[in-house]
Design a protein around this ligand. Structure first.
Ligand code: M6R
Length: 590
C-alpha cells in the first residue's frame, strides 16, 4: 500500500527521504516520488522502483516522499505522488471516496487536473485554502474529504515547515539525528528516528521551528509522549542477503519463543470478566490472519464450549451487526493497520462489545483501539507473504483460548503445557524442507493445486493454498477433503496435484478416502502427517512426516513445510517472493 514520508532537517533531506522510501518498499508499490524544498520546490516522480529516483537530487532541508500502490489511475509518472497545486506539494495514503464530486466542483471553478488520482483533489483543496497558514489550510481542505487519509504537505514559501494529518490511515512522527519525520509506519523509520509518537484519527502534526507539534481536530495543541520503538521492529535487512521470506521462515522458532515469553508476562486479568461471561465470541481478520482466526474458532469452541463466529473483516463490516454489549470481538492483524480489520473493531466497539486485538505491532492503530491487546514477538515481517506472524498469531490465539477455558472452569486444556514444545517442533519441521524442495521441483509447472484437509487441517490447507497463490502465482484452493466429490473432483485428471494435510488420527481415514478418489482419476497426491502409520497406509505418491505434537497445536507447525514449499515454488517459477505482484504488505484501504 502507499507509503508516505516527510522530513525537515537542518541538512539536505533528500538522502533521508530516499532511504525512508527504500524502507517503505516492503509495503508494496508501483511508483515513487520525492519533493524537496530548497531555493525552489522541486518534484521528481516515476513509475517503477524507488531506485529510479536516484537519477534526481535536489538540495533543501524540507521534503516529502511517497511510494504509490495504484488505486485511482494506473501506475504512471503523472499519477505518482507528490502532487503539486500552486505553492503546495502533497503526498497521500488512503482513498478520498468523494473525490469525483469534489473534482467536478473544482473543474467547474476552473481547476485543471494533471492526474487521474483522488489525491490530486486534496492538493488542489489545500492550495485553494492556503493563505500563509499551512496547518489551517490542510485542516480546511480535509474537512471536505470523505474516506481515509494520511497526508504530508509542504508549501513553497514555508521552508522548515511540514504539516501532516491522519484519518484511518497510519501516521507516526519521529525524531532522530537526521531530522524530524512523519511516516506511514515505524519499521520505515528504522535507523532514522530514535523516538516516535503515534498520531490518532483526526489529529494533525506540524513540524516547524525544529520541533514536532500535535493538534486535535479543532487545532488545539495536544501533549504527546515520544517513545523508543520496539527494537526488533527495526531489523530491516537479511543477514547475508537473500530473501526476507526465506529468512522469516527460518526465524519461526525464535519468533515463537519470544512470543511465548511475552504471553507468559501478559496479565489477562483485565479481560477475565469478559472472557468468563462471553456468551458469544466473534473473530475477524483478513487473509492469513483470517486463517489463524479460523483455528481459534475451532479450538475455542471445542475447548471452552463457546461459539465463535468467524468472518473475514470485510464481510463482518457489512453484515447486519449481530454483535452487541457483553460480547467479545477478537481482531487479528499482523500489522494492526489493515483497514477492514480496524473498521470491524471500531464497529464492534461502537456497539458496546469488548475488543481484544492480537497484533505484531504494539504501537499500531488496532492496538490503540482495542480494550485489550496481545502483542506477539514475531519481529519485523517484511516479506508481503505472512509466515512467522501466522505461527505467532496461532500461539497467541491458543493462549487466549486456554484463558477462555481457565476463566470459565479454572483449568487449562490438556495441550496447554505443550505450548512450551512448539518452538522445538517448529525447528524439527525444518527437516521437511528437503522433501518440500523435491515436491516443488516436481510441481513447478503445475497450473493449479488443491490443498485438502479436515477439521483444523482445513485451516492449514487454506493457508498453504493462499501462500502458493500469492507468491508463486499458481491457482490453488484450500478445500475440505470431504467436499471434493461435491464438485471440485471434476477438475482432477492425469497428474493433477493434490496436497493433503492429515494430522488428526480420527479424521485420517476420511482424508485418505479423498486421496483414493484423486488417485483413481490419475491425480498426484502429496500427504503431510504426523503419524508414520497414516503415511505408510496411504496411497499418496509423496509422503512427508511432520513433527509430533498434540493435535490441537498441529496447525502452528504443519504449515511450516507448506510455507517453505510456496517459497520454493516461487523461486522455481522465477518470481520475487518478497514482492508478489499486485499485493501490498499492509492493506490500509478498503
Ligand atoms: O496485517 P494483517 O495481518 O492485518 O494483514 C492481513 C492480510 O492482508 C495478510 O495476512 C495477507 O493475506 C498476507 N499477505 C498473506 O500472506
Amino acid at each position: 500500500m502507499c507509503g508516505i514520508i516527510g522530513c525537515v532537517s537542518e541538512k539536505d533531506c533528500y538522502g533521508a527521504l530516499y532511504d525512508g522510501l527504500k524502507r517503505l518498499e516492503y509495503r508494496g508499490y508501483d511508483s515513487a516520488g520525492i519533493a524537496v524544498l530548497g531555493e525552489k520546490l522541486e518534484i521528481f516522480k516515476k513509475k517503477g522502483g524507488v531506485a529510479n529516483l536516484s537519477a534526481f537530487y535536489a538540495r533543501g532541508g524540507t521534503g516529502i516522499g511517497h511510494t504509490r500502490w495504484a488505486t485511482h489511475g494506473a501506475p504512471s509518472d503523472t499519477n505518482a505522488h507528490p502532487h503539486r497545486a500552486g505553492k503546495i506539494a502533497l503526498v497521500h495514503n488512503g482513498i478520498v471516496e468523494n473525490y469525483a464530486s469534489l473534482k467536478e466542483e473544482l473543474e467547474e471553478e476552473g481547476e485543471r487536473f494533471r492526474s487521474e488520482t483522488d489525491s490530486e483533489v486534496l492538493a488542489k483543496l489545500v492550495a485553494r485554502a492556503y493563505r500563509g497558514d499551512l496547518l489551517a489550510a490542510v485542516r480546511e481542505a480535509l474537512s471536505r474529504a470523505e474516506g481515509s487519509y494520511a497526508v504530508a504537505v509542504i508549501a513553497e514559501d514555508r521552508p522548515g515547515e511540514l504539516v501532516a494529518a491522519k484519518y484511518k490511515s497510519p501516521l507516526v512522527a519521529g525524531k532522530g539525528a537526521a531530522g524530524l519525520f512523519v511516516c506511514s509506519d515505524v519499521p520505515a523509520l528504522a535507523g532514522a528516528a530514535d523516538y516516535i509518537a503515534q498520531a490518532e484519527d483526526g489529529e494533525f502534526v506540524r513540524i516547524a521551528g525544529g520541533e514536532i507539534f500535535f493538534y486535535d481536530k479543532e487545532l488545539r495543541p495536544l501533549p504527546k509522549t515520544f517513545f523508543r520503538p520496539q527494537r526488533e521492529l527495526c531489523a530491516l535487512s537479511v543477514a547475508g542477503g537473500g530473501y526476507f521470506m526465506r529468512a522469516e521462515i527460518g526465524e519461526i522458532p525464535r519468533a515463537l519463543r519470544d512470543t511465548l515469553g511475552l504471553l507468559k508476562q501478559t496479565d489477562f486479568a483485565p479481560c477475565a470478566r469478559v472472557l468468563r461471561g462471553a456468551k458469544r465470541v466473534f473473530a475477524v481478520a483478513c487473509g492469513t490472519a483470517y486463517h489463524s482466526a479460523l483455528v481459534f474458532a475451532d479450538v475455542a469452541e471445542r475447548e471452552a464450549g463457546v461459539p465463535v463466529i468467524c468472518h473475514t473483516a470485510g464481510e463482518f463490516r457489512y453484515r447486519p451487526p449481530l454483535i452487541g454489549e457483553g460480547e467479545l470481538l477478537i481482531a487479528v492483524s499482523q500489522s494492526g493497520e489493515t483497514a477492514d480489520t480496524l473498521e470491524a473493531a471500531r464497529l464492534a466497539k461502537a456497539r458496546g462489545a469488548y475488543v481484544v486485538a492480537v497484533t505484531n505491532i504494539g504501537c499500531s492503530s488496532l492496538a490503540a483501539l482495542a480494550d485489550f491487546c496481545i502483542v506477539m514477538g514475531a519481529g519485523a515481517e517484511i516479506a508481503v507473504a505472512a509466515t512467522k506472524s501466522y505461527n505467532c498469531q496461532l500461539l497467541c490465539l491458543y493462549y487466549l483460548a486456554a484463558q477462555l477455558l481457565f476463566f470459565k472452569e479454572q483449568r487449562y486444556p490438556d495441550w496447554f503445557y505443550a505450548l512450551d514444545d512448539l518452538c522445538s517442533a517448529a525447528e524439527r519441521a525444518f527437516s521437511c524442507f528437503a522433501e518440500a524442495d523435491a515436491l516443488a521441483d516436481g510441481l513447478k509447472s503445475a497450473r493449479a493445486i488443491y490443498y485438502l484437509g479436515r477439521g483444523l487441517d482445513l485451516c492449514t490447507a487454506k493457508e498453504g493454498a493462499l501462500k502458493v497463490k500469492e507468491i508463486a502465482c499458481v491457482f490453488a484452493e484450500g478445500y475440505p477433503a470431504g467436499e471434493l466429490k461435491h464438485g471440485s473432483l471434476a477438475l482432477v485428471e492425469e497428474g493433477f496435484p493434490v496436497v493433503c494435510v492429515s494430522t488428526s488420527r480420527a479424521l485420517a481415514k476420511k482424508s485418505e478416502n479423498a486421496l483414493a478418489e484423486v488417485k483413481s482419476r490419475g491425480g498426484f497426491c502429496a500427504l503431510f502427517s504426523q503419524y508414520g502409520d497414516v503415511l505408510e497406509d496411504s496411497c499418496a505418491d509423496f509422503k512427508c512426516l511432520l513433527p509430533a505434537l498434540p493435535e490441537a497445536l498441529m496447525p502452528a507447525v504443519s504449515v511450516i513445510p507448506l510455507q517453505y514449499f510456496a517459497y520454493k515454488m516461487c523461486i522455481e517459477r522465477g518470481f520475487d517472493p518478497d514482492k508478489p505482484r499486485n499485493l501490498a504488505k499492509s492493506v490500509t484501504v478498503e
